[in-house]
Design a protein around this ligand. Structure first.
Ligand code: SF4
Length: 332
């Protein structure tokens, strides 16, 4: 039977490290060091996660380390790591462990990244094969320092996965490629099965939560993907509990539908440390259900809305459902 943890950030981190994954306790956010401490709220009863440490978890960890790969599961301190890794579902984060942005909600290390690892596309392909994945999610840090934002690296990773594991469907969760002309086109041309880019929050919160990004630019990327390849599935997500109003969430849904986005994910924001953006509240499971109903009415092909929803959580099962829903809509 799965062990369930009270998912306080500290407990989750120590359990994850004990199980052999990356220790994220060193200073990772120099830009946040002088911010006042916020209050970390105790998590409600409905946020319970599976403890990491199963044999499969260790095997997933071994494959990641042997291939010298970084995962967002570890770097972001994802609460779902116990469940996902026990099914070998790891989301690889390419182009290093250091991000050139400094979003207020995010636990990825910030600073000046190292040069790209030319071996990484091959290593990702091999690890997907070794994990035996039917569906893989590949994400990355923001690489504003690169002329193409890392688009070509995404292309090489997609190609390497296709070569090593041709049956695996590929979902990319990309940065916003702000001011990187041609980047989105290059990634779409490599034909991932799903193009995901998260809006993360409602427009009124952008300047504080996602200061380096622009809401309409992020939305436009997803619209552009559909314009280039109308058959490509598009996906985007937001966190709630950052102080947004309900009507703002509904407006984001309308904006996403206007951009023809197929799949929306809505999950609870969990504050990584006292220096990160202060959580406003825990949204109740009933409210998540209500968001789900509204999103379905608004015409999304697929909706995942729950406290522990994350972009890559259950992504393989959701992709199968997404395809089924499209076929049903087309009467195939
Ligand atoms: S939800 Fe995504 S980021 Fe979190 S552990 Fe699962 S695969 Fe990794």
């Amino acid at each position: 039977m799965a062990t369930l943890l009270d998912n306080t950030a500290e407990l989750s981190r120590s359990e994850v490290i004990k199980a052999g994954a990356t220790d994220r306790s060193q200073q990772r956010h120099p830009e946040k060091a002088n911010r006042p401490d916020g209050q970390i709220l105790r998590k409600p009863s409905w946020i319970r996660v599976k403890a990491p440490g199963s044999a499969m978890f260790k095997e997933t960890n071994r494959i990641m380390r042997d291939n010298n790969l970084v995962t967002v599961c570890e770097e972001a301190g994802c609460p779902n790591i116990g469940e996902c890794w026990s099914k070998k579902h790891a989301t690889m984060m390419i182009m290093g462990d250091t991000c050139t942005r400094a979003c207020a909600f995010c636990n990825i290390k910030t600073g000046m990244p190292n040069p790209l690892d030319k071996q990484e596309p091959y290593n990702v392909g091999q690890s997907v094969k070794q994990l035996g994945l039917n569906h893989v999610v590949i994400t990355s840090v923001d690489r504003d320092d690169l002329a193409d934002g890392g688009a070509q690296h995404f292309v090489e990773v997609i190609q390497a996965i296709r070569e090593a594991s041709p049956h695996t469907t590929i979902e990319v969760l990309t940065p916003d490629f702000l001011r990187k002309e041609g980047a989105v086109e290059a990634v779409v041309a490599a034909k991932p099965d799903v193009f995901n880019h998260n809006l993360e929050t409602v427009p009124s919160k952008y300047l504080k939560v996602r200061p380096g990004a622009r809401y309409f630019h992020s939305l436009r990327i997803l619209q552009q993907v559909k314009e280039i390849d109308p058959n490509m599935f598009t996906k985007s997500g937001i966190m709630v509990g950052l102080g947004e109003e309900r009507y703002e969430v509904l407006q984001v849904m309308d904006d996403m539908r206007a951009a023809n986005i197929d799949f929306i994910t809505i999950g609870q924001y969990l504050q990584p440390t006292k220096k990160h953006y202060q959580i406003d509240r825990f949204v109740t499971p009933d409210e998540f259900k209500s968001f789900e109903r509204m999103a379905k009415v608004k015409g999304f092909l697929m909706v995942s809305s729950s406290p522990l929803t994350r972009s890559s959580f259950h992504a393989g099962d959701d992709f199968a459902e997404l395809k089924k829903n499209r076929y049903a809509k087309l009467g195939i």
